[in-house]
Design a protein around this ligand. Structure first.
Ligand code: NAP
Length: 479
């Protein structure tokens, strides 16, 4: 049991109200920490510290900031096992995922943006009688708001480019997973960041988060979270002329064609559906399969899903951990009931497993596959964000694309085929920001990451993050 304070001006401080929130372990429901329940006054303190630190930080050289990012990556890497353990306990995710995906990616985020600013270039445009050159300048104080599903992974995906481009930061992580954000604050101090450059405010979205979005001295908001919250954040930030990046929800299709490598497609669909207990914005929560192979594919898929090992997240052989909270498990269960009411068949899962006394209060739910639903059913079109995959059949490429595009979201898709022409044609026709062909979640940090429609506004990654976290200024010199 530990107390997690806000981190302002390199000091650990409680909320001014003196109030706390409980942080529970999803696998046991035990309270593992208390976090500061911050409000507008605490956000004011954090923004003031960030504002004081901003001019000196903006004057540092690119090389100094890149070196700091590398130093942070070094400490993250050194503490990988501890951080993976914290993340696994706090988020209920498997220790294997935390060790192989979440924390290594946090290390890579800082290393990547250290390299990105070292190699950054801005433009020069010659005219016959003038020369234009473009300067990249920090924005000032930026606000970072992140969700609970990939806590350190997503916080560092924003903090690294924000710091590397010379901004000072105030972040508000999800109150459900505060542990590694507090650890990151310590690590950034240990790596040598001056006071005020990185600040952290814990608390609820409607209190601390909203105050951060509305604060007049916060000039940009980078938000990752749900679509409904994104709309509120967008309205508050947009009306105050802030730069805004919104990475929101998804309802992503896994399209399996009859010419796919069958084994690869089954394994890929399982991984896309159930990684992080289905709690990744990119999860393939609807499988669209060509009718001629649908029966064989569905049987193999269901068998593989039913065999996934659910249990103690700290056991390296566990494949499926707990859902983030009891409220979230109840939401997923309501969708299972809805699937039945909509005429679907629960081919596997949907029950609360018996994992022994230690995990009796944990938020576990056996992974679910639903068949027999229309692709337009609510279960098949609304984001559930849990271990639920619906399976639908199609006859033609056009029908598959129409089904995939028939949702409000537009984040990602994966296409499983050995026909190159089909892969290009289908990838081009899908209304999403990202398509994988014969893979899922393969990430090159240079490529644009983000969605269209209800999945967000803007792109992160590589130069897109550098563009977001900076202002370009053109200087035109008459010759
Ligand atoms: P959420 O409820 O929207 O919360 C996201 C963050 O926003 C949390 O820190 C939350 O704080 C805060 N927040 C809530 N209300 C706020 C307000 N009025 N003003 C400012 N901040 C506010 O989302 P979540 O349940 O944590 O995460 C799941 C969602 O994130 C899913 O929809 C998923 O698809 C999406 N997601 C998208 C991506 C992507 O890259 N596109 C990546 C990961 C997740 P509290 O936790 O205290 O409420």
């Amino acid at each position: 049991m530990r107390d997690l304070y806000n981190f302002i001006d390199s000091q650990h401080v409680p909320a001014r109200s003196g109030q706390w929130l409980d942080d529970r372990a999803p696998a046991t429901d035990a309270v593992i920490a208390r976090i500061a329940r911050s409000g507008a006054e605490d956000v004011n303190d954090a923004v003031a510290a960030a504002k004081r630190a901003a001019p000196a930080w903006a004057r540092t050289s690119t090389a100094e900031r890149a070196d700091l990012c590398d130093a942070i990556a070094d400490v993250l890497d050194k503490r990988l096992d501890d951080l993976a353990d914290l993340e696994s306990r706090d988020a209920g995710k498997t220790i294997t995922q935390a060790r192989t995906i979440d924390i290594p990616r946090a290390v890579r985020n800082f290393r990547f943006f250290a390299g990105a600013v070292r190699h950054d270039e801005t433009g020069c445009h010659e005219m016959s009688d003038a020369l234009n050159y473009t300067l990249r300048r920090p924005i000032g104080v930026v606000g970072l708001i992140t969700p609970w599903n990939l806590p350190l992974y997503l916080l560092t995906w924003k903090a690294a480019p924000a710091l590397a481009t010379g901004n000072t930061v105030v972040c508000k992580p999800s109150e459900l997973t505060p542990m590694t954000a507090s650890a990151l604050a310590e690590i950034i101090r240990e790596a040598g960041a001056p006071p005020g450059v990185f600040n952290l405010v814990h608390g609820l979205g409607g209190e601390a988060g909203q105050a951060l979005v509305e604060h007049p001295d916060v000039r940009a908001i980078s938000f990752t979270g749900g679509t409904a919250t994104g709309a509120r954040v967008g309205a508050a930030a947009g009306s105050r002329y802030k730069k805004l990046s919104l990475e929101l929800g998804g309802k992503n299709s896994t399209l399996v064609f009859a010419d796919a490598d069958f084994e690869m497609a089954v394994a890929g669909a399982v991984r896309a559906g159930f990684t992080n207990t289905g709690q990744v914005c990119l999860c393939g929560s609807r499988v669209l399969v060509e009718r001629s192979i649908a029966k064989r594919f569905t049987e193999a898929f269901v068998a593989r899903v039913a065999a996934l090992r659910m249990g103690d997240p700290s056991d390296p052989t566990t494949e499926v951990g707990a859902l983030i909270s009891s409220a979230h498990r109840e939401k997923v269960e309501r969708y299972v009931s809805l699937a039945r009411a909509e005429g679907g068949t629960i081919a596997c899962g949907g029950t609360r497993p018996d994992l022994g006394a230690r995990f009796a209060n944990g938020n576990f739910l056996a992974p679910i596959v639903v068949t027999g639903l229309a692709s337009t059913a609510r279960t098949a079109t609304e984001e559930i964000f849990g271990p639920v995959v619906t399976v639908h059949e199609f006859d033609t490429d056009d029908e598959a694309v129409t089904m995939a595009n028939g949702v409000d979201y537009g984040l990602a898709a994966s296409v499983w085929t050995t026909n190159l022409k089909r892969a290009h044609h289908v990838a081009a026709a899908l209304e999403v920001g990202m398509v994988w062909v014969n893979d899922w979640l393969k990430r090159d940090l240079r490529v644009p990451f983000g969605g269209i429609k209800a999945s967000g506004v803007g792109r992160e990654g590589g130069r897109h993050s550098l563009e977001f976290f900076s202002e370009l200024k053109n200087v035109c010199i008459a010759l």
